[in-house]
Design a protein around this ligand. Structure first.
Ligand code: GLC
Ligand code: CA
Length: 540
């Protein structure tokens, strides 16, 4: 395939490094742990790993508060370990994507310490300082995503600084050219090192409205779903942000074959699509999170997916994210009984999938006793119910103590989820009917079949209300996906196709190898992948 571009047809796998594998028994996952488990990832069949931050950091937001962008926190290893990780991944044809956090630094970053040291310092304008409001208090009403005012009073120099996340995460000022070039230099640093791409954190917030107007307060805007009580009209998605994103892309395009993924948490399609760039010159993959906010319901899902495709710019590659380190586990959110169907959906839709570690086992949200809560979002703003510890519990490797994540006498940084004895890699690896095998087969089918990784998608018409069905078509390869969202079994007579379908995969491990397309019985919550020969006509 001469037009093969690795990121267009591959599957990304997100690793939250604190939680994946601890190699040295301190209870915290590390880079050596990822190296030690690399063969697992290759065997699973993913194409790229995206590793959340492991840079030097006071860990107020578990690494998203960076105090040195070009150094590795000793908890995770050192530069030599990372070099080995990249080599070891590349030897196995696995790509490596790192997190790039351009919106803020840690308050312990030397840039901020210098900026804070005096109003006259040359780096003062690298951050966003403001005098109090004429009537006193913060300069405007901007709210932090993590709760409370986004302004922190700096007593020494009698000004406020802006932080859209924690007060220990001051926002940088991208309108300052020196800051901009220092930040872009960090991109060069990692791309030069040979990483295959960067996932750009909180990117929609990088530029703020230059006049700092108050954000409108009303409670019927979609950002309330992530806990905000105001519309972030002047804090995110500013029009001139796109000039900056073209610069990001310009940097990345100076290196061969790299990809930029953007954390574009936007709720309306037009805004989201702008992040591809008018000339497709911004993100190759502006994350599409919309299915995360969609209930497990056929009509709702089909509508979101259809709308998304309809809005895609010409030539843009769609993508889907269903789980990550900021959202409840898919098996918990959509229901345990649906967890394989979630995998079927994610890996058979037309679009680049991002898989979150452990979802291939059906891992559930962990239960975190109140005195063990770590996530600052949960601690700062418990009422928002946005605590992220439950989805960051240790990867479940086996049935030994701490699920094999760390040594027996260590204390894992978060408690292991209670179901680890039944739900772990070791047990599932030995069971051909397990969720792990289901994912492995799906990943293999996706990789080897053009219909799945690049074919058109056509929804089937006239299906019972609990059945989501679509065809994936590539030349003579016609495949069908059928997902039963309902609690009852369902007899299907597919109106648009004739003959028999070859069973490629079922969430329910069927014995038969073929089914009549006029008479398919789907079990409750079953999802089925069929090959139907070239019997589907595209013009409807
Ligand atoms: C992004 C990250 C999240 C982090 C925040 C601040 O939303 O995904 O985990 O807390 O940015 O950096
Ligand atoms: Ca460790």
């Amino acid at each position: 395939m001469s037009d093969y571009v690795w990121w267009k047809h591959g599957v990304f796998y997100q690793i939250y490094p604190r939680s994946f594998m601890d190699s040295n028994g301190d209870g915290i996952g590390d880079l050596q742990g990822i190296i030690d488990r690399m063969d697992y990832l290759v065997d699973l069949g993913v194409d790229a790993i995206w590793i959340s931050p492991f840079y030097e950091s006071p860990m107020k937001d578990f690494g998203y508060d960076i105090s040195n962008h070009k150094a590795i926190h000793p908890l995770f290893g050192d530069m030599e370990t990372l070099d080995r990780l990249i080599i070891s991944a590349h030897e196995r044809r696995l790509r490596v994507v790192l997190d790039y956090v351009p919106n803020h630094t840690s308050d312990q970053h030397p840039w901020f310490l210098e900026a804070r040291s005096s109003r006259e310092h040359s780096k003062r304008e690298w951050f966003l300082w403001k005098d109090p409001h004429p009537q006193g208090g913060p300069p405007n009403n901007w709210e932090s995503f993590f709760g409370g005012s986004a302004w922190e009073w700096d007593k020494a120099n009698q000004q406020y600084y802006l932080h859209l996340f924690l007060k220990e995460q001051p926002d940088v000022n991208w309108r300052n050219p020196d800051l901009a070039s220092a930040m872009l230099d960090i991109m060069h640093f990692w791309l030069k090192k040979g990483v295959d791409g960067l996932r750009v954190d909180a990117v929609i917030a990088c530029l703020k409205h230059p006049d700092f107007p108050d954000n409108p307060i009303h409670d019927n805007h979609p950002f309330t779903q992530i806990g905000l009580s105001q519309e972030p009209k002047y804090t995110v998605d500013q029009p001139d942000l796109h000039d900056l994103l073209r610069e990001f892309r310009h940097v990345s395009d100076q290196y061969e074959d790299r990809v930029l993924l953007g954390e574009t948490g936007l709720f309306d399609w037009e805004s989201l699509m702008r992040y591809y760039g008018q000339a497709l010159d911004e993100f190759q993959i502006p994350f599409n999170f919309q299915l995360m906010f969609t209930p497990w319901n056929v009509q709702a899902m089909q509508q979101k997916i259809t709308e998304y495709y309809a809005h895609l710019p010409q030539g843009a590659m769609p993508n889907f994210v269903l789980g990550n380190h900021d959202a409840p586990r898919v098996a918990t959110r959509f229901g345990h009984q649906n967890h394989r169907s979630v995998g079927m959906l994610l890996l058979t839709l037309y679009g680049i999938p991002t898989l979150y570690y452990g979802d291939e086992l059906g891992m559930e949200n962990g239960i975190i006793p109140p005195d063990q809560i770590q996530d600052p979002w949960a601690l700062n703003k418990p009422e928002a119910g946005m605590g992220r510890d439950p989805m960051r519990t240790p990867m479940q490797w086996d049935a030994s103590s701490h699920a094999g994540f760390t040594s027996a006498n260590a204390t894992p940084w978060l408690p292991v989820a209670v179901n680890y004895k039944e739900c772990n890699v070791d047990i599932q690896r030995k069971d051909p009917q397990s969720t792990l095998h289901f994912y492995k087969k799906l990943l293999h089918l996706r990789r080897t079949s053009p219909a799945l990784h690049r074919g058109n998608l056509n929804f089937l018409k006239g299906l019972p209300e609990n059945i989501l069905g679509y065809a994936r078509l590539w030349e003579a390869q016609h495949w069908l996906v059928l997902i039963n969202f309902g609690e009852d079994s369902c007899l299907l007579n597919l109106p648009e196709v004739e003959g028999d379908g070859k069973v490629l995969l079922s969430s329910h491990s069927r014995d038969e190898t073929s089914v009549s397309l006029k008479n398919i019985e789907l079990e409750p919550h079953e999802s089925l992948l069929l090959e139907i020969g070239a019997s589907f006509t595209e013009d409807h």
